[in-house]
Design a protein around this ligand. Structure first.
Ligand SMILES: [Zn+2]
Length: 300
């Protein structure tokens, strides 16, 4: 049953409408199936976050505000004691919101285009201008299995199912988003979201963040597109019998320049993605889709 007791203030209506559509967009682009999720920090209360409940069954089937649950960032407990069942992996979201105050949106995906790179031990790096946000060296990988021995020695019960189902594991994943810039020391809190917005999860998928729904969704979609292009390039290299070291990745300067552009153009892409799911009968947004979203784009 939908979570009928949830009521959200009217000031956040447009963000929740977008969150419904963002669930659909991630499905439309193959980032989520029955699994995977997207959350937002509560726009009026930074100590809370909002994510779909387990009940709709899949992100594609989220259709109303009643499908959302509001949780405390502190421990991922629901505000409503009678809230329906939530995602067991919601600690991914709460621990990232806890560690990074400027993160407003978190996406978690089991993308089939991304996972093989970890399986094969091939580092993902940006190969085109739309993926500058990955940084020259590409995103780090979090391997949850490395925590299992520690949990066993501390006699903490766990299941080796690769899921992030506790605050402890969520915090370990969130730590992997930390940035240390060798040239300039620690990156400031203001820049950390942009500096390392993606963490890959070995044998599982990835999680990415943004300061808006648009930026987080953009990064998820273009990480996946980058992986498809990189895979194609590696295939072509193998035809040439050349080394993978010959792949032409973005340089550090190019990646930084493109990352800035990526942030400024995410709203343009998002308007198209909204329309794609709006006209597809699989997806229902009973709350309405915000019209005429501003498209700032690049400033000359
Ligand atoms: Zn997962």
């Amino acid at each position: 049953m939908p979570n009928q007791s949830t009521s959200f203030p009217p000031e956040i209506k447009s963000q929740l409408q977008l969150l419904i559509s963002a669930n659909h967009i991630l499905h439309y682009h193959g980032l989520v199936d029955a699994f995977g999720h997207i959350s937002i920090r509560h726009p009026l209360n930074p100590n809370h976050y909002i994510i779909a409940s387990y009940n709709p069954g899949a992100p594609a089937l989220v259709s109303s505000f009643a499908h959302f649950i509001e949780y405390r960032v502190s421990d991922s407990s629901p505000l409503d004691q009678d809230a329906p069942r939530g995602y067991s992996e919601r600690y991914i979201h709460s621990e990232i919101f806890k560690r990074f105050p400027r993160v407003m949106c978190v996406v978690h995906s089991h993308s089939e285009a991304v996972i093989p790179f970890m399986t094969a031990g091939v580092q993902i790096r940006p190969v085109f201008h739309m993926a500058g946000f990955l940084g020259k060296d590409g995103p780090p990988t979090f391997d949850v299995t490395r925590t299992y021995q520690d949990l066993e020695s501390r006699k903490i019960s766990h299941s080796p199912d690769m899921l992030i189902k506790t605050e402890h594991l969520g915090a370990k994943l969130a730590e992997t988003f930390d940035v240390q810039d060798r040239a300039f020391g620690d990156v400031s809190v203001e820049r950390e979201v942009e500096a390392r917005p993606v963490v890959l999860q070995h044998k599982h998928g990835f999680t990415c963040v943004g300061d808006s729904i648009q930026n987080a969704v953009y990064r998820a979609i273009y990480l996946q597109k980058n992986c498809a292009l990189l895979k194609n390039a590696l295939d072509l290299q193998s035809v040439k019998r050349a080394s993978a070291a010959d792949i032409s990745f973005l340089t550090e300067e190019e990646a930084k320049g493109c990352a800035k552009m990526n942030e400024m153009t995410a709203d343009k892409a998002f308007r198209l993605w909204l329309r794609e799911v709006e006209v597809n009968p699989l997806y229902r947004n009973e709350e309405g889709v915000p019209k005429d979203l501003p498209v700032g784009g690049m400033k000359d």
